[in-house]
Design a protein around this ligand. Sequence first.
Ligand SMILES: Nc1ncnc2c1ncn2[C@@H]1O[C@H](COP(=O)(O)OP(=O)(O)O)[C@@H](O)[C@H]1O
Ligand SMILES: C=C(OP(=O)(O)O)C(=O)O
Ligand SMILES: [Ca+2]
Ligand SMILES: [Mn+2]
Length: 655
Amino acid sequence: MAANGTGIPTPRSPLARILTDKKRDAICHDDSGKSVKAQTIDELHSLQRKRSAPTTPLEGTQGAFATVSEDERQRQQLQSISASLASLTRGTGPKVVRGDPAAKSTQSVSHVTHHHHVEAPTISVSDSSLKFTHVLYNLSPAELYEQAIMYEKGSFITSSGALATMSGAKTGRSPRDKRIVIDDTTQDELWWGKGSPNIEIDEHTFMVNRERAVDYLNSLDKVFVNDQFLNWDPQNRIKVRIVSARAYHSLFMHNMCIRPTIEELENFGTPDFTIYNAGQFPCNRYTHYMTSSTSIDLNLARREMVILGTQYAGEMKKGLFSVMHYLMPKRQILSLHSGCNMGKDGDVALFFGLSGTGKTTLSTDHNRYLIGDDEHCWSDNGVSNIEGGCYAKCIDLSREKEPDIWNAIKFGTVLENIVFDEYTREVDYADKSVTENTRAAYPIEYIPNAKIPCVGPHPKNVILLACDAFGVLPPVSKLSLAQTMYHFISGYTALVAGTEDGIKEPTATFSACFGAAFIMLHPTKYAAMLAEKMQKHGATGWLVNTGWSGGSYGTGNRIKLAYTRKIIDAIHSGSLLNATYEKTEVFGLEIPTAIEGVPSEILHPENTWGDKHAYKNTLLKLAGLFKNNFETFTNYKIGKDNKLTEEILAAGPNF
Ligand SMILES: Nc1ncnc2c1ncn2[C@@H]1O[C@H](COP(=O)(O)OP(=O)(O)O)[C@@H](O)[C@H]1O
Ligand SMILES: C=C(OP(=O)(O)O)C(=O)O
Ligand SMILES: [Ca+2]
Ligand SMILES: [Mn+2]
């Protein structure tokens, strides 16, 4: 509330005065208007909700492919959910029932509980075999809003209609707490050891944590279950089930995974992969391998993921991405941590980059079709998005610079950890009080020019994004295939604060394949596939610095988004391919001398530095960091012979 100099607070909005109409009869009388067709208040309220086609099929609805009766199908579905929730030591699953335990009056009309409602006894955990777990199955966004607002502290509707939520103590991923079960198969198949994101746990520890999560979930009055898909390529679609305790998590995954149609849901059957998100409950530090109260555990053999001790929703989508990084290469499909869009003429571009480098921002382009902002597959048929939604950073979001993302923040969108005005519920995107890593998760069709289905032909341009806090990489360079591989394997950026828990200032980071946190196999496996595909389909590689210019972080400034967009436009249109190039020293990068709409002097970073000596020193320092980092990869072979490996090694900095 603003002070007005008198010490008396100004009312935030004066209410209109109530005026009585003097001309009308002064006598009070009953409303003589037509009365509703209801005898009781319950009946009246039952009129409010029309039976409709919900995300969960109505009883009696016969789907196009239905082969069993609706009752039988619903029974099978509940049995499948009960099996998902079963304790593996007690053998049987809990008694599950559909619907909200609290919504008694709703239940008589609710499509989800009509047949199966059983009074839920309020009991203690020790009576778990007697209690019912209420299942809220594939609820609609509106239903999830109601659940969040009624039961989850920190849930509010913002002025644009989005659901503001809080992820709790963790506001970013916890890569040091992500663990993978090592068994006879994964021991040989996966990448372990130095540089690998895969921290091992044994099968037994996984089961301990799984049981902990399942017991926690079953101790609750209700759980949310989402049955959805990953991957828009119909031949390589994966069925996922997400069991979670929060409406926030359910709505997040509703937005981020592919939403099934009613027919697809009727025939969903058994999921290929299941997430148990018990993020509100910690893991037990006395459990072997646990080093904190957080653990994100992946078991590829069981096709399960368990989350304990973190409610950050991004953990679910990125956990599934890791699974895709395992499953897809087995089918000769390359999984990519990249954004992807397509021009009017069908030219596809990939945007690789670590968190905060611009995948979401630059793939969301009003003049192009959006295929996806973060996770893709490249198969023999072209590209496909893995997800059904986007997860945009919204720190300092502005309507002018990022109109499509701004407009996507409306009803249905989950807004994580943002700060809003108590009264107007307008979001202050500049406010970092909760975290720097504020996020919006929305279905991809909230972007007006989304390409549905989210698939496209083979990429023409492969853009590697690096946010260089040192300010020595050029705003854009054209890469040879060997250079593309060198920079792809290096995966350099100066990590921007926030997304990974604990990082508060930009630091130079190398993350193989621009996503070491998610890759399962050795980086050279993915690099070899990328090289082969780029060669086969004639794609051009580019390195774009979305980071600093005019000096390092602290002295210079981040390159204007408007300039980066002009650079990207020139790549898409093909005009940059025909520009005049000069070669830089040390990194040997080909840089254009002019780009329409971009001041030419910024194209060579040396021009923007006041202190040329400092520039040279910083350039050499960064080159040294690249060299050190690449040592891990020098012994690995990429491709069929050693030729490409040697070329890749030679494509790094020379000094
Ligand atoms: N020149 C630039 N290019 C790209 N992004 C920029 C630039 N300058 C500032 N930004 C900001 O950096 C952030 C990039 O984040 P985002 O696109 O979400 O990255 P990613 O999807 O790769 O994690 C956005 O908040 C964007 O507004
Ligand atoms: C969700 C994430 O992705 P990105 O920052 O790449 O958009 C993340 O890294 O947690
Ligand atoms: Ca990402
Ligand atoms: Mn992103």
